[in-house]
Design a protein. Structure first.
Length: 162
């Protein structure tokens, strides 16, 4: 074993021991550094996962609010449509009532006009009959007895014709 006594061998052994000690010491430091980095990354991944879950919950909440808003809008539209239909029906009934009232008023005016026309015609007919009777009696009756009879008949005639 001659190579053991050589200084190169001793340097080699010392170098190997140095590298082994350096590796063992460095391994603890590197391992601790890597473990810290892994823990940091794991923490960031957990935080990202929490943020993702929060974002999904927020998205679900907004979607739910949107559905609720759409349902509310549809309900409001339905209510507005039914109210509009009710107002239209009420307006139609009111218009029909007004038209019937106007028709009735027109018929009453026509009836009044007819009654007025009949009264005027009857009055004219009475006046003509009185005048004709008066003229006829004046021609047929003469003297005091005729005058008295004519006067009495003329006085009684309006009461009998009306």
């Amino acid at each position: 074993m001659e190579f053991i006594s050589e200084p190169t061998f001793a340097v080699l052994v010392a170098f190997i021991i140095f590298v082994a000690l350096l590796y063992k010491t460095a391994k603890k430091g590197i391992s601790a550094s890597l473990d810290a980095k892994i823990e940091e990354i794991r923490s960031e991944v957990d935080e990202a996962q929490k943020l993702r879950e929060e974002a999904q919950a927020t998205l679900a909440a907004y979607q739910r609010q949107q559905r609720d808003a759409i349902e509310e809008i549809e309900t409001l539209l339905g209510r507005a449509q039914s109210e509009a239909d009710a107002h239209r029906a009420e307006a139609e009934r009111a218009l029909e009532t007004v038209l019937k009232r106007q028709e009735q008023q027109a018929q009453e005016k026509i009836a009044q006009a007819e009654a007025t026309a009949l009264r005027e015609i009857r009055d004219q007919a009475i006046d003509v009959a009185i005048s004709a009777t008066s003229n006829l009696l004046a021609e047929k009756l003469s003297g005091d007895a005729g005058d008295a009879l004519i006067s009495q008949s003329i006085r009684d005639l309006p009461g009998r014709l009306h």
